[in-house]
Design a protein around this ligand. Structure first.
Ligand SMILES: Cc1cc2nc3c(=O)[nH]c(=O)nc-3n(C[C@H](O)[C@H](O)[C@H](O)COP(=O)(O)OP(=O)(O)OC[C@H]3O[C@@H](n4cnc5c(N)ncnc54)[C@H](O)[C@@H]3O)c2cc1C
Length: 168
């Protein structure tokens, strides 16, 4: 007799793992989910090879909203990954989330794009500052700002974390 499952996810990287997690936690779903991963070391998965950074600074509402959801999920990881009886998992859930922000820079040619993106981001509540070259120089004295027109920086909701530990 072969084992059976209602949903089989092939590949347990961050996308497969997240799909399995959210399907399994859907109150309308009471089936069995199985994830099949060919290499549990994850040594050649994009997830563990990535910089594991998260940012809000995108140009489309869809991407921004996905990231807003994502950062909240990561901030509350212990609660979100609690076991179904409410107890904490014995897996180490410290993913070392560092909310240090992304700095995007534009020359004259890219300034309009950065301003337009900023408008969309602000409409969705992302707290992102636009910085003039003078403000950039004050904030980052080591940076040559001579050929810059504008910078875009968020200090909350952006940063990096330990993707390997998240996937575990
Ligand atoms: C260098 C680099 C830097 C990046 N930096 C960032 C970043 O800072 N921020 C960001 O958001 N994104 C970043 N990304 C993108 C991000 O890493 C990927 O979008 C994401 O990890 C993709 O996840 P995934 O689960 O689809 O793929 P993967 O993590 O590659 O997972 C796919 C899994 O499927 C398994 N698999 C494949 N075939 C089979 C099979 N036949 N049977 C069973 N298992 C199988 C593999 O072993 C693997 O574990 C970066 C990517 C790279 C490469």
């Amino acid at each position: 007799m072969y084992p059976t499952s209602d949903v089989v996810v092939i590949g347990g990287g961050i996308i497969g793992s997240a799909a399995a997690f959210f399907i399994a936690n859907d109150p309308d779903f009471d089936g069995k989910v199985t994830v099949i991963e060919k290499d549990n070391s994850y040594q050649s998965s994009s997830t563990t090879l990535s910089a594991a950074s998260i940012r809000q600074q995108f140009s489309t509402p869809e991407n921004i909203k996905i990231s807003q959801y994502g950062i909240e999920f990561l901030r509350n990881l212990r609660e979100n990954l609690a076991l179904s009886d409410g107890s904490q998992s014995d897996v180490d859930l410290d993913i070392g989330l560092q909310e240090k922000g992304y700095l995007l820079l534009a020359s004259t040619a890219g300034e309009g794009i950065l301003r337009n993106n900023n408008k969309v981001q602000k409409e969705l509540g992302a707290e992102i500052s636009l910085l003039s070259p003078t403000q950039l120089g004050d904030r980052f004295p080591w940076m040559n700002c001579d050929d810059l027109s504008l910078g875009s920086l968020e200090n909350k909701g952006e940063g990096w974390f330990d993707a390997y530990n998240l996937i575990r």
